[in-house]
Design a protein around this ligand. Structure first.
Ligand SMILES: [Ca+2]
Ligand SMILES: [Ca+2]
Ligand SMILES: [Ca+2]
Ligand SMILES: [Ca+2]
Length: 353
């Protein structure tokens, strides 16, 4: 397979993932409870893992594990070690707390990259990803195959992707000809085994029956950071979970921080609470504090210190000038456990200086 592609010619299929109700459905059948379906799915998936092998080839000899290089099939005379028993690619799992169920989601990593590998970004569950993939049922039926990269927002696809893709890192693009042709290198690759509750569940989709566990082999090429609520804080800093598996919702208004443009519910939009203005030569500039301070100050912006993150309420002495607001101390920007002021109901503009 020729894996070199033009990034500008990427097609987004999207058909599979745009689930909509069937018009010709006679009577809606109530969905079965997740607590009943999931244990059945787990048995099916574990049986599958114990009765199938995985084999990685590299037919194009490019040193990368492409979707086309991943083969999963039933054990036979020449393939006698199951996915469950093999040790080359340790079977990993993630517990996903959703719908009142603790889903144990199995997956394998073929890229062998450690979490400390600095290369490439891990998406968060609401970011946008550039992937190729193959989707199959446990009986081997292939319901979708996208060997060339396609792009999706993780919240638009089956739920399992939101939780498993963030376990993988993207790679980088190697310009090979200077003509816009890019060669993906060192990207994430793996397979996830999804219970139906994290797939299409009671509705099924196309040729996918209701309550069907799904197997996706995939490559993760690139991540685009999103800011769903346009509050100038990227999703990756707002997409966080409570112990019970729910997304963190600071003001408990039912809208998790990642989708809430007033995170502390104090009536002031977050974007206005992380703003900073300064005057230079009579011109007023507005900038937004980065969530966590950057490692180095950008020399191109001499009046902004990018090493400063979103501050807590200033704790320095009150200014003697009107309106007698507190001034900042360095720790207001850098104390790791500080309550950043957009999450502090009691901290509202004006903030002082
Ligand atoms: Ca945001
Ligand atoms: Ca909220
Ligand atoms: Ca927010
Ligand atoms: Ca607010």
């Amino acid at each position: 397979m020729n894996r070199i592609f033009k990034i500008f010619s990427i097609l987004t299929l999207g058909v599979l993932f745009t689930a909509c109700p069937k018009d010709d459905a006679p009577e809606p059948v109530p969905a079965r409870p997740h607590a009943d379906v999931y244990p059945e799915d787990l048995i099916k998936i574990e049986d599958y893992l114990k009765s199938h092998y995985v084999e990685i080839t590299d037919e194009d000899l490019d040193g990368e594990v492409d979707v086309a290089d991943m083969k999963i099939d039933s054990l036979d005379d020449t393939h006698t070690v199951s996915i469950w028993d093999q040790t080359e690619y340790p079977l990993e799992n993630k517990i996903v707390k959703l719908y009142g169920v603790d889903f144990k989601v199995y997956y394998l990593k073929f890229d062998g990259k450690a979490d400390t590998d600095a290369e490439g970004d891990k998406p968060c569950g609401t970011d946008r990803v550039l992937v190729s993939y193959r989707g199959s049922l446990l009986d081997g039926y292939q319901f979708d195959y996208a060997p060339n990269p396609v792009e999706f927002n993780l919240i638009d696809v089956v739920k399992g992707w939101e939780y498993i893709m963030p376990q993988f890192r993207a790679g980088y693009f190697d310009p090979v000809g200077g003509d816009g042709t890019l060669n993906p290198r060192n990207f994430g690759s793996g397979v996830m085994f999804l219970p139906s509750g994290l797939g299409y569940y009671s509705g099924g989709f196309g040729n996918i029956p209701a309550y069907a566990p799904l197997v996706f082999t995939f490559n993760l090429f690139a991540v685009t950071r999103l800011d769903q609520d346009i509050d100038k804080i990227e999703d990756r800093y707002e997409y966080e979970f409570n112990e019970d598996g729910s997304l963190i919702d600071t003001d408990a208004d039912g809208i998790p921080n990642v989708f809430d443009n007033d995170d502390d519910g104090d009536g002031y939009k977050t974007i206005n609470e992380i703003k900073h203005t300064y005057v230079d030569n009579g011109v007023t500039y507005t900038v937004y504090y980065p969530f966590t301070g950057a490692a180095v100050d950008n020399p191109a912006t001499p009046f902004v210190d990018e090493t400063q993150g979103i501050p807590r309420c200033f704790t320095g002495p009150n200014s003697t000038e009107s309106p007698f607001l507190p001034t900042s101390v360095p720790a207001d920007f850098t104390e790791p456990t500080r309550l950043r002021r957009h999450l502090d109901r009691n901290c509202k503009p004006p903030f002082g200086g």
